[in-house]
Design a protein around this ligand. Structure first.
Ligand code: GLN
Length: 556
């Protein structure tokens, strides 16, 4: 019986599945992204789909402490952070169709069932759910015109949650036929004991688990602290039934951007090309190598303080971290990130001293009252001491609140997110948000145009006045305060076409820019984001010409 959603192949896509074994957190996303880069370097049209086997429809409602940052796509999809890695490694923008979740798949199947589209049949995981999964993957191939679709399966093989997805991919390999699908399995090879003996047993077990569901891996990517010795590779090859050249060792790297070259050096590009009958051209890594060479140049150092409330989990700010890596790869100046928990600032003078010593300050996005007072203290310090500052989303809103309180004398200024009935709601709920109760996918999301004032710092950084950036917010600068902010010196230099404030900056400061949108999502190794570049450049310039020693102390 052909399952609903099934269409006979008829088109020539090739699929590479990346699964994971032993434990999660092995850098499967980086492996997948790097495999994508290998194909891209060979000019093969490629795209990537991430499968997240959880019941959430998307990552938008999830706490950053559980899965790290929510990565916003241009179409407004709130996606898993791996989508950010894919975009950065491929240099391509993806949309929501590239992030499948159990919740999304089941929602579609159940909606179809309610419309009676299954014509009286019993609706089951096989073939209906698996059919929907395959349909989604085929649709991505069709919509993008990719010759190869990489599919990363989140979680580890053996999880109940990922079963329907692996079954769908097994079916797909049968339907696509010989030589059209490859399975890459990422595992951990731990080193134990005083002599650091490499242990292959966990890999053997997880490959056996994969085989039990009818999937035979073609390539094993072994992660671990150190490179695998040849005899260990041979052992894995023997036990896991793959040729020795298909056992790839990826030891920890100083930069994730090394991984494509680590794979390439072990012949992975050629191996996959032969396996899938792809054109075998010479790969081109010219720009990529240039990025890495500059990244390591260490011509100067600069310290950027990041003040947020999820600072223990750096994944919560992944795209910001990567944006600074991209800047390092462009300027050749080593960027050290100094993580400061916003909640420490009001109670710990040492934490505030760390902000004071930093070369620049970034206050990223966030939600709610926790940590807000600390962010205000850090921003006040940056503003009054001439420390280059970039405020992103909540950081931008907080910059307006801080300015209103301390420069305009509006002591009760706040965002209505924290103080719904305060005297001076400098930041207030977007009109479209009023009366909304559903949480998922309801913020102002995705790419929106922004018009910059010619000659402003923002326009100078971008080198143009018409830009498009990704958004994720419910609140905005209250238009009723814009004139007063401007009179005080905090000027709106970027607006949405409807007039909404998108950028605020201080003219009389080395670099003090706040943006309502999220620039971090669009930074790429080969194209660092202009605002992060401008921030670090300002910090470097300030280092060369130190501020006068007698600068007025901040209020704090
Ligand atoms: N909490 C703020 C808002 O909803 C900022 C959101 C953010 O930083 N992403 O507008």
């Amino acid at each position: 019986m052909p399952e609903p959603g099934y269409r006979p192949p008829g088109f020539s896509v090739k699929v590479i599945v990346v699964s994971g074994g032993v434990i999660s957190g092995l850098g499967k996303g980086i492996t997948t992204s790097s495999l994508g880069r290998l194909l891209k370097a060979r000019r093969i049209p490629v795209t990537i789909v991430k499968i997240d086997p959880y019941l959430n429809v998307d990552a938008g409602t999830m706490n950053p402490y559980q899965h790290g940052e929510v990565f916003v796509l241009k179409d407004g999809t709130e996606a898993d952070l791996d989508l950010g890695n894919y975009e950065r490694f491929l240099g391509q923008e993806l949309d929501g169709a590239h992030n499948l979740t159990t919740g999304k798949i089941y929602r579609t199947v159940i909606e179809r069932e309610r419309r009676g589209e299954y014509l009286g049949n019993t609706v089951q995981i096989i073939p209906h759910v698996t059919g929907e999964i395959k349909r989604c993957i085929r649709d991505v191939a069709k919509a993008t015109g990719a010759e190869v679709v990489l599919v990363e399966v989140g979680g580890t093989v053996g999880d109940i949650e990922s079963m329907p997805f692996l079954e769908a991919l097994r079916e797909l390999s049968y339907e696509l036929g010989e030589g059209r699908m490859a399975f890459v399995h990422t595992t951990l090879v731990p080193f134990v004991g005083a002599v650091g003996e490499a242990k292959t047993k966990p890999t053997q077990h997880s490959v056996r688990e994969l085989r039990a569901i009818g999937i035979r891996p073609n390539l094993i990517v072994a992660r671990g602290a150190a490179p695998l010795a040849p005899d260990i590779k041979t052992k894995i090859s023997l036990f896991c039934d793959v040729p020795p050249e298909a056992v790839i060792s990826v030891p920890d790297q100083s930069s994730i951007y090394e991984v494509p070259l680590v794979l390439e050096a072990q012949g992975v590009g050629g191996f996959l090309s032969r396996l899938l009958g792809l054109p075998a051209g010479e790969p081109d890594y010219a720009e990529w190598r240039e990025f890495l060479a500059t990244y390591r140049a260490d011509r100067a150092t600069v310290e950027v303080a990041i003040v947020g409330k999820y600072t223990e989990l750096h994944d919560a700010y992944l795209s910001h971290i990567e944006a600074f890596h991209h800047v390092q790869g462009r300027l050749g100046a080593t960027v050290h990130l100094s993580w400061i928990d916003a909640e420490d600032l009001p109670r710990d003078p040492a934490a505030l001293a760390r902000v004071r010593r930093a070369g620049a300050l970034l206050v990223p996005g966030g939600f709610g009252a926790r940590g807000a007072e600390g962010k205000l203290l850090a921003i006040e310090l940056a503003r009054s001491q001439g420390i280059p500052f970039l405020g992103v989303c909540y950081g931008f809103q907080m910059a307006a609140v801080e300015f209103a309180r301390h420069e305009l004398g509006l002591v009760a200024a706040n965002t209505t997110e924290i103080d719904p009935h305060g005297a001076d709601p400098v930041v207030c709920l977007l009109e479209a948000q009023q009366g909304l109760h559903e949480m998922g996918g309801t913020m102002r999301l995705g790419a929106q145009p922004v018009l910059l004032t010619a000659g402003s710092r923002a326009a100078q950084a971008y080198g143009r006045t018409e830009i498009e950036e990704r958004h994720r917010h419910r609140y905005e600068i209250n238009p009723a305060y814009v004139d007063r902010l401007r009179a005080g010196g905090l000027v709106a230099t970027g607006r949405a076409p409807d007039g909404r404030i998108e950028v605020l900056e201080l003219a009389d400061h080395p670099f003090f820019v706040g943006v309502q949108y999220h620039p971090e999502f669009r930074s790429r190794p080969e194209a660092p984001h202009p605002l992060y570049l401008a921030l670090v450049r300002a910090a470097l310039a300030r280092k060369e010409v130190p501020p006068p020693a007698a600068a007025a102390p901040a209020r704090a």
